[in-house]
Design a protein around this ligand. Structure first.
Ligand code: NYM
Length: 212
């Protein structure tokens, strides 16, 4: 039996403010990758289908009140409960396109005034993304886009603080894409960046852990 190193899938995360286009771009990316014959899945956090996810969903819909640190830890727990499945999928060669991850966790909680380092701590040991795509859009512009829904956090003043926290968190490895461009142009840029990274992972780039 040939003992070549098995190629793994890539962990690709999309981040950005509410209504910057992450969700549509994520599903378009998945279709694109599938079309090229890749094994790929669309994931999102929070994953509202689990027990923890249901508590998070109730909180976001203003059906429950939780202390800021309590909800922060639930968002983190929601990632931890999916961690082993994530690792299994990646090692089996499936690429995961993930709509929000730990960066949302830290940005949204620290925007409330919770200490940034405290926010990062429970994320340590989760799988680090191979690529973070930041869909960059001014908060004012995002707010114009069909308006916000009724969920918690969907207010311009708060989104401005979140944008500030993303700026603190962001590192040079993130790919910033101007999300104010036409949707097709954004999509095209994302496709090019993603292909490069998927290739690198297939060639044996090792998985690493947060917070790195
Ligand atoms: N959010 C999302 C957090 O506050 N912490 C997290 O860890 C994650 C993953 O939940 N306003 C916030 C950001 C969003 C909200 O996300 C729900 P979505 O993508 O609208 O379902």
């Amino acid at each position: 039996r040939a003992c070549n190193i098995e190629s793994r899938g890539a962990l690709i995360v999309l981040e950005g403010l509410d209504r910057c286009g992450k969700t549509s771009q994520s599903s378009r990316l998945v279709s694109y990758m599938e079309g090229l014959g890749n094994s790929v899945e669309l994931w999102r956090f929070p994953d509202r289908t689990t027990n923890v996810g249901k508590m998070i969903s109730a909180y976001l819909l203003n059906q429950s009140e939780l202390d800021d640190r309590t909800i922060h830890l639930l968002f983190s727990a929601n990632r931890w409960e999916k961690r082993s499945m994530m690792e299994t999928k990646l090692k089996a060669g499936t690429t995961l396109i993930v709509d929000r991850y730990s960066y949302s966790g830290v940005a949204f909680s620290s925007a409330k005034g919770v200490d940034l380092e405290w926010c990062k701590a429970p994320e340590i040991g989760l799988l680090a993304p191979d690529l973070v795509l930041y869909l960059d859009m001014p908060p004012e512009k995002a707010a114009e886009r069909g308006g916000y829904g009724d969920e918690r956090y969907e207010r311009l003043e708060f989104q401005k603080k979140v944008a500030q926290c993303y700026r603190i968190l962001h590192d040079p490895s993130w790919k910033m894409v101007d999300a104010c461009q036409p949707m097709e142009d954004v999509q095209k840029q994302l496709q090019e960046i993603v292909l490069d990274h998927v290739l690198a992972c297939q060639k044996g780039k090792p998985l690493s852990l947060l917070w790195s």
